[in-house]
Design a binder for this molecule. Structure first.
Ligand SMILES: Cc1cc2nc3c(=O)[nH]c(=O)nc-3n(C[C@H](O)[C@H](O)[C@H](O)COP(=O)(O)OP(=O)(O)OC[C@H]3O[C@@H](n4cnc5c(N)ncnc54)[C@H](O)[C@@H]3O)c2cc1C
Length: 324
């Protein structure tokens, strides 16, 4: 058993990291666990040959002062850049440009630079999937798939609501469990493609409305700077995802590559991969920025609480830290 920390955080997504960073800065001891190889959850970047592709979150916006402060620091130090101020819309076969709006930020090295920044100086154990959590007189004890145990006085869960309820079924009141069950996330497939030659178009990305297959297509290398190998990332629309959720990654990569060529014209693709996100984007939210039970010293944060998206996830963890 590891030493008992003040806070045991399950999930090193942006919400869990924002929470852990603030509590540690306030002097608390914090242990973060994540089942992934790295931190960041859906703010993910994959190396693909010489390229890097963001296959989850694509960009972020900043409206709240707390998140804007992180973004301003990243802009100053060069690991965040302003990508574009508007993304054109594809509708009924026509590309419609849109007027400039607020900045869409990206990270030249990949969006995983954002969670990596938040994770600096934290005690994080990755490749550690928590399978069960119990409560006894020393506090909460999380048992990982590899048999390790971690204990903390206060438990914070930064995992999707379905997994939260499985892990914390016996720790939540029946009312809280029912309330958390009302928050749902929908799945999505991502296609990653390395191209031999770039497309002869001027858009960085397209948001597709009412397309039967795709909801989003980005020339991902436009975030990376000059000389980056040309790449595409495409996300599927809810109907297509539902019909193909259990297909193999190979079958999905092949099907989406030909759908992409049907939409954009012949493509010189040298390599593809598909990635399934089972819990991609919130459909119905909890309706409050975080969950906190003072009597049980039990909290939860994530984009599914109120905000959706990167900034919403960050703010969920940030506001929960203020409440503890
Ligand atoms: C395809 C896609 C496109 C998106 N596009 C955008 C976009 O353009 N802009 C935007 O702002 N947002 C976008 N989002 C949403 C954004 O990625 C999320 O809102 C945000 O990253 C959620 O952070 P989080 O901390 O709430 O959760 P997550 O990132 O899901 O973090 C949860 C963490 O918990 C870990 N975990 C789960 N179960 C366990 C367990 N049992 N034990 C240990 N660890 C566990 C996971 O490994 C994960 O790291 C997109 C998401 C997807 C999937």
């Amino acid at each position: 058993m590891n030493e008992v920390t003040d806070f045991l955080v399950i999930g090193a997504g942006l919400a869990g990291l924002a929470f852990a960073r603030e509590m540690q800065a306030a002097g608390a001891s914090v242990q973060v666990l994540d089942k992934g190889r790295g931190v960041g959850g859906r703010a993910a970047t994959r190396r693909f040959g010489a390229a890097r592709i963001d296959h989850g979150a694509q960009f972020f916006t900043a409206r709240d002062a707390a998140f804007q402060a992180v973004v301003d620091g990243g802009l100053r130090d060069g690991w965040i850049c302003e990508w574009y101020r508007s993304i054109p819309e594809w509708r009924e076969g026509v590309i419609h440009s849109r007027p400039d709006g607020h900045p869409r930020y990206a990270c030249p090295e990949g969006i995983s630079a954002l969670p990596k920044f938040l994770a600096q100086g934290l005690t994080i154990t990755t490749e550690t999937e928590v399978q069960s959590i119990s409560w006894d007189d020393i506090g909460y004890v999380a048992t990982a798939k590899n048999g390790q145990h971690f204990a903390g006085t206060t438990l914070i869960l930064n995992v999707p609501p379905v997994q939260l309820r499985t892990l914390a079924e016996l720790l939540l009141t029946p009312e809280d469990s029912e309330r958390i069950a009302t928050a749902t996330l929908e799945p999505c497939w991502a296609l990653l493609a390395l191209l031999e030659t770039d497309l002869a178009v001027d858009w960085p990305a397209l948001e597709l409305t009412d397309h039967p297959v795709f909801s989003w297509i980005a020339r991902d290398h436009t975030k990376r700077g000059l000389g980056a190998p040309p790449t595409l990332v495409a996300h599927t629309a809810p109907g297509w995802t539902a019909a193909h959720l259990e297909d193999s990654t190979e079958a999905v990569a092949a099907a989406l590559s030909s759908e992409l060529a049907a939409l954009l014209g012949p493509l010189a693709i040298s390599q593809t991969q598909a990635h399934r996100w089972r819990y991609a984007k919130p459909v119905t939210a909890l309706g409050q920025p975080f969950f906190w039970d003072t009597a049980r010293q039990l909290g939860a944060c994530g984009d599914w609480c109120a905000g959706g998206r990167i900034e919403g996830a960050f703010l969920s963890g940030h506001l929960l830290a203020g409440a503890c």
